[in-house]
Write a new protein. Structure first.
Length: 457
């Protein structure tokens, strides 16, 4: 009987231990599910990025097709197909990341399935032990003898509760096994679904790789056609470099003239201020000379001009300081000078299909010939010049300048005040016969990357 009581007590304690095990297992599962949720969020981000890349590819394809119908192979076509190839590579890289995340997710599911297998083995073993014990002690006489051998009534009640707990524990064991089997089945189904999804993504990757191969062939074809025009293109590149130098010189000249004009205006203001101070001092001295006092109380005067605060730039003054500050605050949000277009050449070094590196201090935007070119900010037109059958306009915004080159039909004159979005001219044809403008942002000492000042498309 003592052995029976001991075993009964053990089976009452065992459920508490199993509850702890289940809590631990549940914690592990929650960690796994949280990892799956995080994976799902990242997968959504990858999907959004992939859709955005495909949208850019479609837009680039549209521009490429439009250009093909108008002209033969040119630098714009080369840049467009190069961009398309790069975007397609990014799509494939995005798919590769998706596949990698799927592999990680499948590893997590496999770990969960193996964990369920270990827990099921443990539960089955414990359930088998309890069933063996129940079989050995199945006689009602043993149970009644256990209850009636109690020393008092309270002890008998406790023994009855022990027996109830024992029966409840066996029922919980069976239920736990069934629940664990269901959870294992669900995770196993998740594994099959993940494998199917991976196969779908891999098929998509194969299609994208085939598309990339075709695009690379098209790029190679355009490069081959451009190489046939080697001498002509080399001459155009050399001519473009000379044109860039002329424009840079013209910008430097416009800024120098603006500095000289600002210096003259400042000197004129200072001269007027000195004259006003001198007149004021003379009036004060005349009044003091006419006064009759026994003691000379005439104050000492000075003809030294009042020192003005040191300016950050000769181009800055009280009239344009606010405009200058506003231009700086709008860095990254300025409108583009044309409503639509494609960046043909970026600020800095640009490697052409021939391997030639062309350094430019502007951004070249390809767009339809005759499109409106608009001022990106309010300011004053300080320079309008004709260079090699094309026009350029320089607008001052405090100590900053924006330059619009390769224009036709300029509609503003020097000294005109322009507002943001005001049309100042039309897009002209470049040396290849394509519509394009060169857009610069600079101050009296530096050139800036215009794309960092313009709002993102």
């Amino acid at each position: 009987m003592q052995s029976f009581l001991t075993n009964a007590l053990i089976f009452v304690i065992i459920p508490n231990l199993n509850i702890m095990r289940r809590i631990l297992s549940l914690t592990i599962l929650l960690v796994s599910f949280s990892g799956i949720c995080a994976w799902g969020q990242t997968k959504d981000e990858l999907e959004r990025k992939k859709q955005q890349l495909k949208k850019e590819i479609q837009e680039t394809e549209k521009l490429l097709n439009e250009n093909k119908t108008r002209t033969k192979e040119n630098l714009l076509q080369y840049n467009l197909i190069s961009k398309k190839v790069n975007l397609q590579n990014e799509v494939i890289q995005s798919i590769n990341k998706d596949v990698e995340m799927m592999d990680v997710n499948m590893q997590v599911i496999n770990m969960d399935v193996r964990r369920y297998d270990r827990l099921l083995d443990t539960l089955r073993q414990e359930y088998a032990k309890s069933m063996v014990y129940a079989y050995k002690n199945r006689s009602n006489f043993d149970f009644l003898n256990f209850i009636f051998s109690a020393s008092n009534f309270n002890d008998a009640i406790k023994r009855i509760n022990y027996l109830k707990s024992y029966r409840t524990y066996r029922e919980m064991q069976g239920q736990a096994i069934l629940r664990m089997q269901e959870m294992r089945k669900k995770r196993f189904n998740d594994l099959n679904i993940a494998r199917q999804q991976k196969n779908v993504v891999l098929n998509e990757k194969n299609k994208e790789v085939q598309v990339l191969a075709k695009e690379q062939q098209e790029k190679d074809r355009i490069v081959a056609e451009l190489k046939k025009k080697g001498a002509k293109l080399s001459a155009e590149i050399a001519q473009k470099q000379k044109q860039i130098q002329k424009v840079n010189n013209a910008i430097a000249e416009a800024i120098r003239q603006a500095q000289l004009q600002a210096k003259k205006e400042r000197e004129a203001r200072e001269a007027a201020q000195r004259k006003a101070n001198a007149a004021k001092n003379n009036t004060a001295n005349s009044g003091n000379a006419q006064s009759t006092t026994t003691k000379n109380t005439t104050p000492k005067t000075t003809n030294q001009p009042k020192q003005t605060a040191k300016q950050e730039s000769v181009l800055l003054n009280d009239a344009n300081a606010a405009l200058n500050a506003s231009f700086e605050r709008n860095k990254g949000s300025l409108p583009w000078p044309v409503d639509k277009g494609y960046v043909l050449m970026h600020y800095g070094a640009n490697t052409l299909h021939t391997g030639t590196v062309m350094n430019v201090s502007s951004v070249t935007i390809s767009c339809d010939i005759g499109s409106s070119v608009k001022s990106v900010f309010q300011g004053e037109v300080i320079f309008v010049k004709q260079i090699d059958n094309m026009s350029m306009v320089v607008i001052q915004h405090g100590r900053y300048f924006t330059t619009y080159s390769n224009l036709t039909g300029v509609s503003v004159q020097k000294g005109a005040q322009v507002s943001t979005g005001q049309t100042i001219g039309r897009v002209g044809a470049n040396l290849e016969g394509l519509g394009a403008i060169d857009f610069y942002i600079s101050n009296e000492s530096s050139n800036f990357d215009p794309e960092k000042w313009l709002r993102r498309k």
